[in-house]
Design a protein around this ligand. Structure first.
Ligand code: FAD
Ligand code: SF4
Length: 468
């Protein structure tokens, strides 16, 4: 049996260096490294990796092209199924998807599919030879997309390729959704997000920013303006709080505010940008997901003495990507696991000075499939902190659901859709986090691709257009 080499490691900034800047931590493969990693692929006839990919990228095909040093052709294969590969190559949880399904996974030697995806899309961008797929003949129907996160951008791109006229309405002054305001520069450079958005524009999609739908126009008004269908992709960006005493003290931030100030308003570059974010010498981030890990690592780079990560379960239950947990630990975030804050305490000026926490133990599995945290009586203790970031999850953005007539919502305020993404209103479709609740970039994109197909089918049936 041929010996399988281990995965080719990706170079990254040293720990001491990366803590001094907000630049991307992993540095990417060079050509030789990419070809070597691609050379490990078995080119399995059953391609289990494709089944593990929520948008069914032809993974063996693009890896084969890397092996043959046909990097631009490899980018073409990626773009057929994924309009945002440079982003997915960086933030997708490949360890739970394609790489988990890879035949070599069991031996602990899965192909680094994400690293290769990132290499190919970076190569394409560096060569400035961006592959633009064929756009079908122009159709007269216009489609409105609400929200320019990964779901809105993907749905827009797919519909545009079918020839529809597509306009995205975005509430913020900049597109990208969480990719722009949530995920920090050191994980996803904003220049890459900007270029991926430009690519969607190059396809012919119009993006209108500063357009808060539900305030400026309602869905009803968009339909009256001549849009034949609407796709709602407004995400789950509404912050959740813990609802414990003292939560409104100064220097307690929601992760949304904290990360938006850092990413979108460039607080880390103050005074070059005039929007600082103030944190204390001791900062605590509460939560165990990607948002908590991003907040903790961003806080570390702002220079406090100590950053704690407070999570009520154990590391095994943490929803964050393993790679990010590992990076947070090695950068010096102090994990306080099985710990639940129960009260925030104030100094005489109304600023936070500390918090009472309680130790927890794990019980039986709950609905989420994770072991339930149970408080240990009498285990309360105090931690001194001068700022806190609450990163315990988010809720549905309510504005569009609440201003659209006859839209069925579930008990948590998320939009209900059938398997194609169609809502209770036939001309209104929805996908991404506003349907699923906070999930992943690739899942938001997958639902967008399905919905784009359903919108096309719906319009053809309604307008009696024959299939291609
Ligand atoms: P969003 O990205 O939330 O985009 C929604 C867009 O709609 C926003 O631009 C918003 O401004 C706009 N909008 C809202 N209301 C209106 C309105 N009324 N009118 C007009 N526009 C409106 N996933 C991963 O796969 N990997 C990761 O590593 C990862 N890290 C994450 C880190 C953080 C900090 C966060 C918060 C999330 C992370 N996620 C990650 C989850 C992932 O980013 C989301 O699942 C994904 O962005 C959802 O996409 P979406 O398009 O549905 O919504
Ligand atoms: Fe290559 Fe792994 Fe896919 Fe097989 S399962 S084709 S080894 S990436």
């Amino acid at each position: 049996m041929t010996k399988i080499e281990p995965q080719v490691k990706m170079r990254e900034q040293s720990i001491s260096e990366r803590l001094k800047n907000f630049s991307e931590v992993p540095l990417g493969y060079n050509e030789a490294e990419a070809v070597r990693e691609a050379g490990r692929c078995l080119q399995c006839s059953t391609s289990p990796c494709i089944k593990g990919c929520p948008v069914s990228i032809d993974i063996p095909a693009f890896i084969r092209l890397i092996r043959e040093k046909k990097f631009l052709e490899a980018a073409g294969v990626l773009k057929e199924s994924n309009s945002l590969p440079a982003i997915c190559g960086r933030v997708c949880p490949q360890e739970d998807q394609c790489e988990k399904a890879c035949l070599l996974h069991k031996q602990g030697k899965a192909i680094a599919i994400g690293y290769l995806e990132r290499f190919v899309s970076d190569y394409e961008r560096a060569k400035k030879k961006i592959y633009v797929p064929r756009i079908k003949a122009r159709k007269k129907e216009k489609i409105a997309i609400i929200g320019s996160g990964p779901s809105g951008l993907t749905c827009a791109g797919e519909l545009r390729k079918m020839g529809y006229q597509v306009t995205i309405f975005e509430a913020l002054h900049q597109g990208g959704g969480v990719l722009s305001y949530g995920i920090p520069e050191f994980r996803l450079p904003k220049e890459i997000v900007r270029q991926e958005i430009d690519y969607v524009r190059e396809l012919g999609v119009e993006i209108k920013c500063n357009m808060v739908i539900g305030k400026i126009y309602t869905v009803e008004e968009l339909l009256k303006q001549g849009f034949s269908a609407v796709y709602i992709a407004t995400g789950a960006g509404c912050p959740s709080f813990m609802d414990i005493p003292g939560e409104n003290l100064n220097y307690i931030y929601s992760s949304n505010e904290f990360l938006t100030r850092i990413n979108l308003m460039k607080a880390y570059a103050f005074p070059q940008y005039d929007t600082p974010v103030k944190i204390g010498k001791k900062t605590a981030v509460i939560g165990g997901g990607n948002t908590a890990m991003d907040s903790a690592r961003a806080a570390l780079r702002l220079g406090p003495e100590k950053v704690y990560l407070i999570y009520r379960r154990s590391s095994e239950e943490m929803p964050a990507r393993i790679e990010e947990i590992h990076r947070a630990e090695e950068e010096g975030v102090e994990f306080q696991l099985l710990t639940l804050p129960v009260e925030f305490m104030a100094d005489k000026d109304g600023n936070i000075r500390g918090m009472y926490c309680q130790r927890m133990k794990l019980g039986e599995k709950d609905k989420s499939g994770r072991r339930r945290p149970i408080p240990i009586p009498g285990s309360e203790f105090e931690i001194e902190v001068n700022s806190v970031v609450v990163a315990i999850g988010t809720k549905a953005n309510p504005l569009v659901p609440e201003t659209t007539n006859a839209l069925k919502l579930n008990e948590r305020g998320y939009i209900m859709v059938d398997e194609s993404g169609q809502t209770s209103r036939p001309e209104v479709f929805a996908g991404g986090d506003i349907v699923s609740g906070s999930a992943t970039v690739i899942k938001a994109m997958g639902t967008a691709i399905t919905a784009a197909g359903a919108i096309d089918k719906y319009l053809r049936m309604r307008l009696e257009i024959p299939p291609f």
